[in-house]
Design a protein around this ligand. Sequence first.
Ligand code: MN
Length: 235
Amino acid sequence: MTTTITRRGLVLGAFSGATLLHAAPDTPKTAGAPFQLPKLPYATDALEPHIDARTMEIHRGKHHQAYVDNLNKAIGGQPSLTGKSVEELLRQLQQLPESIRTAVRNNGGGHANHSLFWQCLNPKPKPAKGAFATLLGKTFVNVAKLQEQMNTAGLGQFGSGWAWLVTDGKGALTVESAPNQDSPLMQGKRPLLGIDVWEHAYYLKYQNRRADYLKAIWNVVDWDFVSARYEDRAR
Ligand code: MN
């Protein structure tokens, strides 16, 4: 599902982003196989009370670790693919051997999505800035309206998946949702911010109340990181 954004937003977004040269592919951020669980840039209890420590421990230590382990298993027997970043693997998914394509889609997607997710969160988040803040205002009016669209995308995602803020080749911003661990990289887009709406991301604290989790998480989303990521393709 792609959520509706205003036509004005789309046009202005595409126009103002056109000079930002976002067409070039990302500089690979993650090293190639064997892939590793990235260090968390804050303590597991740092996002309390919005995201509880136990959820962080299991989410990262069990779920994310399993994506890393299963991705390594899938790539292990493919010497031609060693050295490729997980982002490269996802962009080239359709060119991968069919025998590992689903495993890379699910586990490579899981590794890339969660690696980004941890960085988007911060116990002391800062507001959007620079060209990203300007474009955000032109596209969505303000951060609150963007959050509303992200929440609509997250609530509308049936079952497991993600709400995404992505940028296309021209630098325009759009909100989307995707099932499972599918990455916007698979569609030739670049994820800037992902909100995990799998039950494992919130069930211990929020049980079935996905809306409450989605409301709370904005307290720890670091728009400063998203701004920097938008402007610096290496992030
Ligand atoms: Mn997750």
